[in-house]
Design a protein around this ligand. Structure first.
Ligand SMILES: Cc1cc2nc3c(=O)[nH]c(=O)nc-3n(C[C@H](O)[C@H](O)[C@H](O)COP(=O)(O)O)c2cc1C
Length: 328
């Protein structure tokens, strides 16, 4: 049954969604998610206590996480019923940001499969409006809130303002589309000070989401600084920065199966170097049950994806869970 649904969605993506102009496909996809009560259908979920895991002590019913991209509470609410063990909200900044102009998202297709390149630029409603919108959201599964800022004070204000509404807080220092966060990997000493401040002040456990473009700095400076500040969950990672002349910024972040091999290498190296001291969320290129399993076997505690949700559809989480259960 789930295999048939997956095949149907693939036909829909290849035949319809991927042929539409990107903004039309995004509008259609998001309107469908908001309006169709997919979260009421048990077929998208698989509940089995053997699949449960924890991140910094927070219990997740399973290790499959929807990665950051949506901030609309109607969509977050639906996603919480689509099999995920946790759902991540889009990165929020102190003030609203309009994001980069169109075109800010294009499709790619390689031998590995369909992917995306985006230069979204943190289009978001800002802290106050997002807080208000989250107020009535039930946490059917844990909600990970994601924050970004330019200074220690920004991050502290974001964490204090948003953390109480989430179960975990993700500090995004890795989106390649704004200097705002990407530049943090180029100044690890300052980042250390931010981590120390937030480690003390956050009322919820922190996750640091790092960039696959900075493997050396991550493993030499950033992960050790996070551990020293008491942060033990690392999300490795975000999109990879590439040139893309079709985008308004002429560059963007590549996501989808082309970045999977690097995700797997990053998880293996990090696990080998830091042992059990870090809890790794592996994000980047997961679009099949096999890839999710490979990352978990390589030492990840959980796997995240976003592009696979678009290209393989809402049935992917359930298909991964079936595979994990068979492997349990
Ligand atoms: C359109 C788009 C918007 C995204 N927005 C965010 C964001 O706000 N914060 C963040 O940490 N990651 C963001 N990401 C990155 C994803 O959460 C994920 O880390 C990345 O796409 C790699 O995973 P994937 O290959 O499964 O998509 C975004 C990705 C896409 C494609």
């Amino acid at each position: 049954m789930t295999r048939a649904l997956a095949a149907l969605y693939r036909m829909f993506y290849d035949g319809v969604l991927s042929r539409m102009p990107e903004p039309t496909a995004i509008a259609l996809g998001q309107a469908t998610l908001r309006r169709l009560p997919l979260d009421r259908f048990g077929v998208f979920r698989l509940e089995d206590p053997r699949l449960a895991t924890t991140l910094a002590g927070v219990r997740l019913p399973n290790p499959v996480i929807l990665a950051a991209q949506y901030y609309d509470p109607a969509i977050l609410r639906r996603a919480m019923g689509l099999g995920f063990g946790a759902v991540t909200a889009k990165t929020i900044t102190l003030n609203a940001r309009p994001g980069h102009p169109q075109p800010n998202l294009v499709r790619t297709r390689s031998a590995a499969g369909p992917g995306l390149v985006n230069c979204n630029g943190f289009q978001n409603p800002g802290l106050a409006a997002f807080r208000a919108s989250l107020a009535g959201l039930p946490h059917r599964v844990p909600l990970i809130v994601s924050v970004a800022g330019e200074t220690v004070e920004d991050y502290a204000a974001m964490v204090e303002g948003l953390a109480p509404l989430g179960d975990l807080v993700e500090m995004n220092i890795s989106s390649p589309n704004t200097k705002l966060v990407y530049a943090w990997s180029e100044r690890p000493q300052e980042l250390r000070a931010v981590l120390e401040t937030l480690g003390k002040r956050s009322p919820r456990p922190l996750i640091v989401k790092i960039s696959p473009d900075f493997a050396e700095v991550n493993e030499r400076d950033i992960i050790p600084a996070a551990l020293a500040a008491g942060v033990r969950v690392i999300n490795y990672g975000n999109t990879r920065r590439i040139e893309e002349p079709r985008l308004s910024q002429k560059a963007g972040g590549l996501s989808g199966p082309d970045i999977f091999p690097a995700t797997l290498d990053n998880v293996r190296r990090t696990r080998k170097r830091f042992g059990d001291a870090v809890e790794i969320i592996a994000t980047g290129g997961v679009d099949s049950p096999d890839k999710a399993l490979a990352l978990l076997h390589a030492g990840a505690r959980a796997v995240g994806y976003f592009t696979g949700f678009i290209t393989r559809g809402p049935i992917l989480a359930r298909r991964i869970l079936e595979r994990l259960r068979a492997d349990a």
